[in-house]
Write a protein that binds this ligand. Sequence first.
Ligand SMILES: [Zn+2]
Length: 299
Amino acid sequence: MKIGIDLGGSHIGVGIIESGKVVYKVEKDLKETEKGEENILNLVISEIKSIITENNFEKENIEKIGIACPGIIENGTIRKAKNLKIEKLDLKSNLEKKFRNIKIQVRNDAKCAALAEKEYGTLKGYDNSIMLTIGTGIGGAVFYNGQLLEGKKSEAFEIGHMIINKNGEKCSCKSKGCFEAYASIGNLRKRVKKELKINNEITGVELVKILRNPEKDEKINKILENYINDLAIGIANLNNIFEPEIISLGGSIVYYKDIILEKLEDILKKEEYIFNKNAIPIIVMAKLNNDAGMIGATI
Ligand SMILES: [Zn+2]
């Protein structure tokens, strides 16, 4: 039995994972006051302790505790996780001290989702594949010959920060023109809000409704068209480098399947973005979505 934790910018999920399935889970919203290095460490420790107590687990029976979190992960240390207000936190060593003899694993959330999708979801059975997690930002992972590609210092493959426009939109990473600054759902939301002069937050459900409305404004149509085009450019760049057999899109983009997928496939076929027209990948929406981080954290 394994414990998988999905630490996101607005929620924490803790689950018991058996043979790749979530058999029990607790999910909580994460308040701003619960963020920061010390708070997050204490929260993770207390959540692990409570799931162990609630289920009457013996520590000897816990095979692994895996944590999926945003940011750059270097040997179990989280760096620059802006959404969690973490500049640097050595989560792995701290948890190892608290939970002796249990294997602790800390990995970037997009990589965790990709591993879960590779093992149990849409990427299963493919040697060369790419997973893109598209929500507030864009994360990703590449599998080549069945292996997850990783950097030497960190997990790398910061696909969201691939620059697609030299003097373009400012990104959360302080650079300009990143793929994420164009093709994240966060950016799509921002553009729609600006066009419709909406000042308050809009939910994903509301955004889908606006985009799905057949009588929507021509300007909203244009925003959507540009969004899908930018998404296609990023995907084509990745395809030209790695030539995957399949690309799976996860994160909140899965809720926009009927609005985005067909048009995206059309652009990839018709436009000249993809160099080798014989190597256009299959594009699918991810399957495991909400539990992917938790499951992938324990792989
Ligand atoms: Zn960036």
